[in-house]
Design a binder for this molecule. Structure first.
Ligand code: NAD
Length: 250
């Protein structure tokens, strides 16, 4: 028995990192979880099923509006409802000052990090309106409230996700749909490992600036996501929750 018993949850970007940890947290709290990723997370969902949890993998590119619509239709046709969603799939731009980021890189980043969230939210909301409520969390970043060197396109999207979250929360609060954003600090995931691999001094430099003295763990974000989707957070709406070991306020 858990806080998500009998609930249906979906997580995008669930093949790795924060998305995978969040899918595991939803499953362990009793939900049926749909793990969504452009790299079909069959193994990850299979592992959860083998441990006795309810999980399924679904391949979807979140920037493809029609594919997202079909995915939500499939979830509703299969499970009858959608109670919680974490819109988390994201990519980073190559580390370069703004004027050196190409239009193609900008467009590609916006397509996943902003339009992907937009697409998912739209069809999640349409279903949640039909069933009379639900909870949505969008993954922004600590960089959604500050800047980060060499990541202008990515950071622009992460700021935009907070604006989108706040506005949609106002639009749908009275309809029983809560919409919040999570703002992770630097979390040890494949995305962060890749940044560190390209700049081996980065980890030391970052840790120096993180009052907690370490990078975060994907599970630490997952726990906050689970709470935001739970009845314990029933009056938390339109919030951008920093989970960053005090990095952004330092
Ligand atoms: P990750 O790269 O480890 O995982 C991201 C997942 O998203 C991958 O499995 C990838 O296949 C999937 N994905 C990428 N494009 C997709 C698409 N078009 N459609 C569907 N799936 C797609 O990254 P992570 O570190 O776990 O990041 C998850 C989210 O958290 C991202 O939105 C990221 O911007 C954000 N974030 C991460 C950190 C960090 O330090 N790791 C910090 C702040 C915010």
């Amino acid at each position: 028995m858990g806080t998500m018993n009998e609930k249906v949850a979906m997580v995008t970007g669930a093949a790795a990192g924060i998305g995978l940890a969040s899918a595991e947290a939803f499953a362990k709290a009793g939900a049926t979880v749909v793990l969504v990723d452009i790299n079909e997370p069959k193994e990850q969902a299979g592992k959860l099923v083998s441990e006795g949890y309810k999980a399924v993998a679904y391949r979807c590119n979140v920037s493809d509006t029609q594919a997202v619509k079909e995915m939500i239709d499939w979830i509703v046709a299969t499970y009858g409802r959608l109670d919680a969603a974490l819109n988390n799939a994201g990519i980073q731009t190559p580390q370069r000052p703004m004027a050196e980021i190409t239009d193609e890189e900008f467009d590609r980043t916006v397509a996943v990090d902003l339009k992907g969230v937009w697409n998912c939210m739209r069809y999640e909301i349409i279903q949640m309106l039909k069933q009379g409520g639900g909870a949505i969390v969008n993954t922004s970043s600590q960089g959604g409230v500050t800047g980060f060197p060499g990541q202008a396109a990515y950071i622009a999207c992460k700021h935009a996700v907070i604006g989108l979250t706040r506005t949609a929360a106002i639009d749908y609060s009275a309809k029983g749909i809560r919409i919040n954003a999570i703002c992770p600090g630097v979390i040890r995931t494949p995305m962060a490992e890749e940044l560190i691999r390209r700049n081996p001094d980065l980890e030391k430099e970052l840790v120096r600036d993180i009052p907690a003295g370490r990078l975060g763990k994907p599970e630490e974000i997952a726990n906050a996501v689970l709470w935001l989707c739970s009845p314990q957070a029933s009056f938390v709406d339109g919030h951008a929750l920093l989970v960053d070991g005090a990095f952004s306020i330092h």
